[in-house]
Ligand binder design. Structure first.
Ligand SMILES: CC(C)(COP(=O)(O)OP(=O)(O)OC[C@H]1O[C@@H](n2cnc3c(N)ncnc32)[C@H](O)[C@@H]1OP(=O)(O)O)[C@@H](O)C(=O)NCCC(=O)NCCS
Length: 289
């Protein structure tokens, strides 16, 4: 059986996200997506047998997701073929690196990534909880501000100093897609009111002690990063919670290097996201050469 991979058109048949009882991507992958992309489909003589989605998350970084192959034809190299075609599209748009996130328990997908030349880059947990009701706990010694875009470099410097960004090698997840933090990105998030910072009071007034990058998608506020001093994290999380309740969010989803880093929030009932109950492994490959 020969399989060709081509770019999908709006009318193309596509495999569903859940195939062979396994989810190729999280339920919210489209709702949380930040940028458009390209769907590729693998087709044999008579039908669609696979698919992958490719997005450019910056001028030089690509993100692959929703890789899936029909169970009838598993083990014939079609996933690797889809990944290679996805990389070719990414290269054509100028990407020098490609990444994807794989649930830590999905060994088949990790085997595909390894076979295609990807190396593990970082690990991440994604946890969810209903938004706490009632007044949020906002410590008095961590005043929270929506910084103006002119403070982008301060915020970026702070974020780069956090354990979260050290563990993630300066990558941040927006939606499910990680990309390198950059000044333009931080400035854009500040302009869009998608960042909050807790500042030090007193002698150090104005210096950032904690920060969050977040957005509301559907019923969820998605926190891409939340790090800093314990009172600062509590203050930022409390303020985000109060702000997004007005936008009708009822749950929070947080990306973090490890669950322990969120203990200070004292939120009962964090549950792992069902797509990645043991967390995510982000893998990457250079597309140079
Ligand atoms: C994961 C998936 C895409 C693999 O598709 P595939 O076409 O069977 O994969 P390939 O044939 O290209 O396999 C590539 C390599 O991975 C290995 N591999 C694939 N499935 C494997 C499995 N279940 N266990 C161990 N290794 C596996 C193959 O052995 C092969 O290595 P090899 O060439 O050295 O033998 C397919 O199982 C699938 O659609 N799963 C459901 C959706 C999903 O989990 N998507 C990934 C989300 S991150």
């Amino acid at each position: 059986m020969s399989v060709i991979v081509r770019t999908a058109t709006p009318g193309s048949a596509q495999l569903p996200r859940i195939i062979g009882g396994r989810a190729a991507g999280p339920e919210e992958w489209e709702q949380w997506s930040e940028e458009p992309g390209h769907d590729l489909v693998a087709q044999d003589d008579s039908r669609v047998v696979g698919g992958i989605h490719v997005s450019l998350v910056s001028r030089s970084e690509a993100w692959l997701e929703n890789l899936r192959v029909h169970p009838d034809v598993w083990g014939r190299g079609i996933a690797v073929q889809l990944v290679k075609e996805g990389e070719a599209v990414a290269r054509r748009y100028g990407a020098a690196v490609a990444r994807t996130a794989i649930p830590a328990h999905e060994y088949a997908a990790q085997a595909v990534a390894e076979r295609a030349g990807y190396k593990p880059s970082l690990r991440c947990v994604v946890v969810e909880a209903p938004l706490p009701s009632g007044p949020a706990h906002v410590p008095y010694d961590a005043p929270v501000h929506a910084l103006g875009p002119d403070r982008a470099s301060d915020l970026m410097r702070f974020l780069e100093s956090t354990p979260a960004l050290a563990a993630w090698h300066r990558l941040v997840p927006l939606g499910w897609r990680f990309r390198r933090i950059a000044l333009d990105l931080v400035r854009g998030l500040l302009k869009d009111h998608r960042a909050l910072a807790a500042l030090h009071p007193g002698a150090q007034a104005g210096v950032v002690q904690a920060a969050a990058l977040f957005t509301v998608r559907g019923d969820a506020v998605v926190l891409a990063v939340l790090d800093g001093s314990p009172p600062g994290m509590q203050a930022v999380f409390g303020t985000v919670t109060e702000d997004v309740r007005a936008a009708e969010a009822t749950r929070a989803a947080i990306f973090a290097p490890e669950l322990r880093s969120l203990e200070t929030l004292d939120v009962r009932g964090w549950t792992p996201h069902p797509w990645c109950p043991e967390g995510l492994v982000v893998v990457e490959k250079s597309l140079a050469s």
